[in-house]
Design a protein around this ligand. Structure first.
Ligand SMILES: NC(=O)c1ccc[n+]([C@@H]2O[C@H](COP(=O)([O-])OP(=O)(O)OC[C@H]3O[C@@H](n4cnc5c(N)ncnc54)[C@H](O)[C@@H]3O)[C@@H](O)[C@H]2O)c1
Length: 408
């Protein structure tokens, strides 16, 4: 089996997950260069993968100006930095494993897909949940016909207060201009799942939602700009940064902790001056914190879909009604219940959440991408960009509908 060489662009959380594959299967994947503007991450990543200094770049422009140095790039930069590097990589002849969302507008998404087709290059979009054992099981059940014809899908993302505050209020996905609307940044996976599981495209949709809670007008009396700035409600605030990072030590993966650095010092600095120390009511966030969507798919399948950030735990819950049975699950457990048979319950708790690389999905998607590159064709590759466009089209359309109603 020939080894595929890759340039890693954006050496953050996701890149580290995907390129774990190179550690596990060095005979299949070699990371030959890295691009990362954060000097600490650049150094750590280059050291971890034995990348020489001449192949470690602080900017993608500099790297992609050079003659092609690998078979493919893994592109795991923040959302607004997908479009231009993707086009530049295609111009140089690289195949791409591209993090979702593809880009920040429908036009940009199409442009990348069209350019990839013109160049005869493979672009895989990281809809990792298609590779998750739980969703694969749902797909197999639906394809078996045991539930009859799919009538309706009910799908809900419960983001959980921790993730909501960390990612969509204080963090990287809080602002549409710097990332995307939440329906794209968080839910394009879910829209993709709905399309993939049913095998149907969306014909029409409507949506309501808003940034209802995380705004200055809801800041409680006694709160401060930062949780450590003498906020008197911090001890009972469900969104306290002091509690989340300082006491619980959770969600620290977006903090840079240098070798030998004292964790407490890094956290204290972040609480004092970093984005994650801000009061949730006084951030510069603008993405919705709750949204509902109704859709009609080809074949008269109806979908009700919603997301909201106000749950204790994070979860995705799905119920699919078929003409001869139903299934329902929460990613930990799946119940398959044909109407004239005993229900069967499948346990997925050991693959739940982001533990274990999304239940192994992060590594399976890499394996499949490498196979497509090795064979020089992507027909069998389920997350090629042509397949991923539909979820993005739906998300952009949904957001237009939501915004038309969200006029207050
Ligand atoms: N598929 C999934 O399940 C999933 C989950 C989370 C995030 N994502 C997506 O993955 C992407 C990365 O998210 P993340 O959580 O890894 O974020 P991250 O911040 O951990 O990693 C992004 C990295 O890109 C680097 N970067 C910034 N500007 C750059 C530039 N000009 N050139 C090269 N690198 C640059 C950052 O310094 C950072 O190290 C985002 O688009 C995000 O929406 C996908």
């Amino acid at each position: 089996m020939s080894r595929i060489t890759v340039v890693a662009i954006g050496a953050g959380d996701r890149m580290n997950a995907y390129t774990e594959y190179a550690r596990l299967h060095p005979e299949e994947l070699e990371i030959v260069a890295v691009v990362e503007p954060n000097p600490l991450r650049l150094e750590q990543y280059a050291a971890a993968f034995g990348i020489p200094a001449a192949q470690a770049f602080p900017s993608w422009e500099e790297c992609l100006q050079r003659p092609r140095m690998a078979d493919a790039v893994f592109l795991c930069t923040p959302d607004p930095l997908h479009y231009r590097p993707a086009l530049a990589a295609l111009e140089k002849g690289y195949h791409i494993l591209l993090e979702k969302p593809i880009a920040q507008s429908w036009e940009q998404c199409n442009e990348i897909a069209a350019r990839a087709a013109e160049c005869g290059l493979i672009v895989g979009v990281c809809h990792v949940l298609r590779y998750h054992p739980y969703y694969r099981k749902i797909k197999t059940v639906l394809e078996s016909g045991v539930l009859g014809e799919v009538i309706s899908v009910c799908h809900r993302i419960e983001i959980g207060t921790e993730r909501m505050a960390h990612s969509f209020v204080r963090g990287l996905w809080r602002k549409e201009s710097e990332s995307n609307p939440i329906i794209l940044s968080k839910a394009c996976h879910d829209l993709d799942l709905i399309v993939w599981l049913t095998g149907r495209k969306c014909c029409s949709m409507d949506s309501y939602g808003s940034l209802k809670w995380f705004r200055a007008c809801n800041a409680p009396a006694g709160s401060a700009l930062r949780c450590i700035d003498g906020c008197t409600v911090e001890p009972e605030c469900p969104y306290s940064a002091v509690e989340l990072y300082g006491r619980q030590k959770r969600w620290l993966r977006h903090f840079d902790i240098g070798e030998g650095a004292a964790l407490e010092t890094v956290i204290r600095k972040e609480l004092k001056e970093g984005p994650y120390g801000r009061c949730v009511y006084r951030c510069d966030n603008d993405v919705a914190d709750n949204q509902v969507v109704a859709m009609s798919l080809e074949g008269d399948i109806t979908v009700d879909f919603s997301l909201n950030g106000f749950t204790r735990e994070g979860a995705r819950r799905t119920r699919i009604a078929g003409s001869h049975g139903e299934l329902f699950g929460d990613e930990k457990q799946l119940t398959v219940a044909p109407f004239r048979k005993e229900p069967e319950v499948y346990d997925f708790s050991d693959t739940y959440g982001e533990c274990n690389f999304h239940g192994g999905a992060d590594l399976h998607i890499v394996a499949d991408f490498l196979k497509a590159v090795r064979e020089g064709r992507s027909a069998h590759f389920p997350v090629r960009i042509e397949e991923a466009l539909e979820s993005h089209r739906i998300a952009f359309e949904i957001e237009k509908k939501r915004k038309a109603y969200d006029i207050f």
